[in-house]
Write a protein that binds this ligand. Structure first.
Ligand code: GCU
Length: 686
């Protein structure tokens, strides 16, 4: 059988050499405190550790209550066993999901303690230990204490019940087929393993655009099936969430309104919540896209989003359920002559005035940028701007606008830039990273979520290298201090083995890939030059002449969107002054966001010293050259990575090259002909 990447980063290949002997000395015996029932997530932890060890070392550990060897691993919840508690020391700083991994050396024996404050924490400790072993790291002197930075670490699926995946680039859904829920699928369990191994603790399993069939997911018709998925997730410490149709009362409830203040509507949702919790006692909550892109919402009834969200929150409150209310609300029917409406402004304009009106179990879910997951956008000014309203960040692992898993684009560096952005909402240091952790405002709930990039392709993510985004997302939101390089390195070694050359090429390619993609696509933060609706490949004026309000305003004189206060849409004023004055100023605005904030002539000189048009030419030629370069480097890996994966990646890289060349040629000729300004280096422009 070929190796098509199904195991992703949980390959657990046979360990050889010195590491083998060292690991085996510890991993022949696993000790669990007596008197503690081994079920639920704790049982999963034991099973996962055994499975990984058996695969890497050839034999599974024996499971004992009392140690019988001189070296062993102890697994368990803190407070439940003397070996664990003696080793743990002061664990006050550990969160309920945090754990310790510690090697204890006594006079006549030694052991590794993998323990935390909950079953889930023990599972995370087990996966961490396995990760160390898979990466060839020493485990003789462990002294680790880890707690996740974010309490909600989520994934959103945009899967539909017919089996299609909105913005899916990796095959069909793993959850549905032909309007059925695939509740008995082994694949869902394998998916839960992958997600738990990087610390994901919540997954919404259906598209935010809730169509007819999916509206029934919260009814007795489908809840038994959904409950089976929830059970599997539960074994891996993952809560299941569902996207709901805001107009459920009308669509399936037999009412003629979805007015959030209507008593009948409220009662219907309360009954629904009760029904859901009857089937799924640890259900996470509802994810809602309302009044957005033609979806129904409270605006129809003259109500606002606090009214809508609170109505659902009230229904979920008795069970501890959450409402994840999306802020992707904008008018998608715009008129290019009207310069006062600006899609970038919309989320802030709609939600900021509602600060303080949302119930405590509502969390506003905000896309990282004000537009829509472009290769480069400023950070959404709404993030952190509502002191009295829980918020969480929404990223997109699916590469909708960043190459659709045909092109390589490692997004961890992009996410890190967002997380490190200082909003100044409470003075310097009010970074997105800290806000999402609830450290800047006293949020009751907060965290990070992202749109999934998986499907039923054998390798989950279409492109093998897109697995790095899934892995990297989980690791980053566990610990945002990890560097992109560390994350890429961890992933590369676990997924492609310990060969140094393989690792170096993979890591360096991944680290450069975002900037390569940015180079050959839309320049200087302007975005949107993609084929409308499909979002892959160039179509410079595709959205310019549509109603979606995603303009670049390029003409023969210049390009860019004036979002300044003095002469533009005023979007820049939504930031705190320290940022707004930078963005508002033509001189201070960073090059990479220049065209997001300013309309400039092609001859405008950038900080880099180049003119805008020369920058466009240079980056587009460079982007293609770098893809060619990495194709060459990948060829060097023939024989060093498995033949199936080698060929698959090579084939995708050739597609990427076609795409990069198409972008280069179309963008360059467009701006050459619009501006009439030739390339300073006389390269061929079609
Ligand atoms: C983008 C995407 C849609 C999606 C929407 C959303 O516009 O193209 O497919 O439904 O975002 O986030 O709701």
């Amino acid at each position: 059988m070929g190796d098509h990447g199904y195991a992703a980063w949980l390959r657990y290949e046979q360990v050889t050499g010195d590491s083998m002997a060292s690991y085996a000395s510890w991993a022949n015996e696993m000790v669990l405190p007596a008197g503690v029932p081994v079920d639920g997530v704790l049982k999963t932890a034991v099973q996962e550790l055994s499975r990984g060890i058996r695969s890497m070392l050839g034999t599974a550990p024996t499971v004992e209550h009392e140690p019988s060897r001189q070296r062993f691993i102890v697994l368990g919840v803190l407070g439940g066993g003397s070996l664990i508690d003696a080793a743990a020391g002061d664990t006050a700083a550990l969160s309920s999901e945090g754990y310790i991994l510690k090697t204890v050396h006594e006079r006549d024996r030694a052991y590794i303690v993998a323990a935390g404050k909950s079953d889930k924490a023990v599972l995370y400790a087990a996966f961490h230990l396995l990760r160390l072993m898979q990466s060839g790291s020493a485990i003789d002197q462990l002294h680790l204490m880890e707690s996740p930075t974010y309490s909600l670490r989520m994934i959103n699926h945009w899967d539909n019940m017919d089996g299609s995946v909105e913005r899916g680039y990796s095959g069909r859904s793993i959850f549905y087929e032909n309007n059925n829920v695939l509740s008995d699928s082994e694949r869902i369990r394998d998916y839960a393993r992958l997600m738990a191994s990087v610390g994901i603790n919540g997954i919404a399993i259906n598209n935010v655009n809730v169509h007819r069939e999916e509206t029934y997911l919260i009814t007795e018709k489908l809840l038994p099936d959904v409950a089976r998925i929830a059970e599997v997730f539960g074994e891996y410490g993952i809560k299941l969430f569902l996207s709901v149709n805001y107009a459920g009362t009308i669509e399936i409830g037999g009412l003629d309104t979805a007015d959030p203040l209507d008593p009948q509507v409220r009662t219907w949702w309360k009954e629904k919540a009760a029904e859901v919790y009857r089937y799924i006692p640890d259900f996470g909550g509802f994810l809602v896209k309302a009044d957005s892109e033609n979806r129904p919402g409270p605006f129809t009834y003259g109500r606002d989003h606090a009214d809508g969200a609170n109505m659902l929150a009230e229904a979920l409150e008795p069970y501890g359920g959450l409402v994840l209310w999306r802020c992707f609300v904008y008018n998608c029917h715009q008129d290019w002559r009207d310069r006062s409406t600006d899609r970038a402004r919309a989320a802030y304009d709609h939600f900021k005035p509602l600060d303080g009106r949302f119930k405590d179990n509502v969390i506003l879910q905000i896309k990282n940028g004000p537009m829509d997951f472009q290769v480069r956008e400023p950070v959404s000014p709404l993030f952190g701007a509502m002191e009295h309203t829980n918020q969480m960040m929404e990223f997109q692992i699916a590469q909708e606008y960043t190459g659709q898993q045909k092109d390589v684009c490692f997004l961890v560096p992009q996410w890190k830039e967002v997380l490190n952005f200082d909003t100044y909402v409470k003075g310097s240091g009010s970074t997105v990273k800290e806000i999402a952790a609830g450290h800047v405002h006293a949020y009751t709930h907060s965290g990070i979520t992202a749109v999934s990039n998986i499907g039923n392709d054998e390798n989950w993510t279409g492109h093998h290298l897109a697995q790095a985004n899934l892995y990297g997302y989980g690791r980053l939101i566990w610990n945002p201090e990890l560097s992109s390089e560390e994350i890429a390195g961890e992933w590369a070694v676990q997924t492609f083995g310990g060969n140094e050359k393989v690792r170096d090429i993979l890591v360096n390619f991944l680290l450069e890939s975002w900037s390569i993609y940015e180079n050959y696509t839309a320049p200087l933060g302007v975005g949107w030059m993609v084929t409308p609706h499909y979002h892959y490949g160039p179509d410079i004026d595709g959205y310019e002449y549509s109603k979606w309000g995603t303009y670049h305003f390029a003409d023969h004189k210049g390009i860019g969107v004036d979002r300044t206060v003095a002469t533009g849409t005023g979007y820049s004023s939504q930031y705190m002054q320290a940022n707004s004055q930078v963005y508002d100023s033509l001189e201070a605005c960073p090059d990479e966001l220049l065209l997001f904030f300013h309309h400039v002539p092609y001859t405008h000189e950038l900080k880099s010293g180049k003119t805008v048009v020369q920058h466009i030419y240079d980056t587009h030629f460079a982007g293609v050259e770098r893809v060619e370069y990495w194709i060459g480097r990948w060829q060097e890996l023939e024989g060093l990575v498995g033949v199936d994966r080698f060929r698959h990646v090579a084939a995708r890289l050739n597609k990427q090259l076609d795409n990069a060349m198409a972008w280069r040629d179309i963008v360059n000729t467009y701006f050459f002909r619009k501006s009439g300004i030739p390339d300073a280096h006389n390269r061929v422009i079609y």
